[in-house]
Design a protein. Structure first.
Length: 256
């Protein structure tokens, strides 16, 4: 995808429906040129056209990990770098499911004396280039589109460790319901990491507040810190996090 196509996807994730004429004006293009970008995204399955506009597909499940990694990649990298900055040497770290966690693995690749325990295949591949990081990869059922491993064997594997940090992602965030995901297997894996760790770090960009996932993972009270690029404009998310005692780190700002 071109950088403009990735930006269109990011806008769809954050803002919802986009209209061809408005997008053309935003990028200084003719509507015909903009439609070629949209048609290419539709052919890849990332978007769907309607008369005069474009939207994300209506999936029965999450979009593929490759598509997710392209969305809001700049924000995800900043989130990952801030998380990596708080993880101390000689730590055991759970790295969970999701594209943002993959960016965290890349940010940790220069750390010394880390033990990483993960069911995320992309995390293991990233850290295979970092021989100073000890990597433990869970066994179980591999999900091809998500490039991760789930199931009872993976859960039992995580229970053999007690991690200093659990770095987790989310399918969606909701002020009333907390952390949500798209499947029961995903939720179980994340919950097991949370239950077997000392400090829980949630990596999630602002688009997760507008997504619709149906499986409850944990309330915000079970998360120590949310690392995000920004919070939604309304106060409901901020109030829910404050009531839960969850610290929020905004990664578009300079570290304090």
């Amino acid at each position: 995808m071109s950088s403009r196509q990735r930006d269109i996807l990011a806008r769809l994730e954050i803002e919802g429906v986009q209209y061809i004429e408005q997008l053309a004006d935003r990028y200084g293009l003719t509507p015909q040129t903009l439609r070629r970008d949209i048609n290419a995204l539709c052919e890849l399955g990332f978007t769907r056209r309607f008369h005069g506009g474009v939207d994300l597909p209506v999936p029965a499940r999450n979009i593929s990990i490759s598509a997710r990694a392209a969305l809001n990649s700049g924000a995800k990298k900043r989130i990952a770098q801030r998380i990596a900055s708080v993880i101390e040497p000689d730590s055991t770290v759970f790295l969970g499911i999701g594209s943002t966690v993959q960016f965290v693995a890349a940010a940790l690749s220069e750390h010394k004396s880390l033990r990483v325990v993960t069911n995320n295949i992309d995390v293991a591949l990233v850290l295979s280039e970092a021989p100073q990081v000890e990597v433990h990869l869970a066994g179980g059922l591999m999900r091809h589109d998500d490039r991760d491993v789930v199931g009872p064997d993976a859960l039992r594997f995580f229970e053999k460790f007690y991690a200093s940090y659990a770095v987790i992602g989310a399918g969606a965030l909701d002020p009333a319901k907390g952390v949500l995901d798209f499947s029961y297997n995903e939720a179980q894996a994340t919950t097991t990491m949370i239950e077997n760790s000392r400090t829980q770090l949630l990596a999630a960009d602002v688009s997760k507040w507008t997504r619709d996932a149906s499986v409850r993972v944990v309330p915000f009270a079970r998360v120590d810190t949310l690392f995000t690029d920004r919070l939604p404009d309304d106060d409901s998310a901020r109030q829910a996090l404050a009531a839960a005692g969850t610290k929020t780190v905004l990664c578009d700002e300079d570290p304090a």
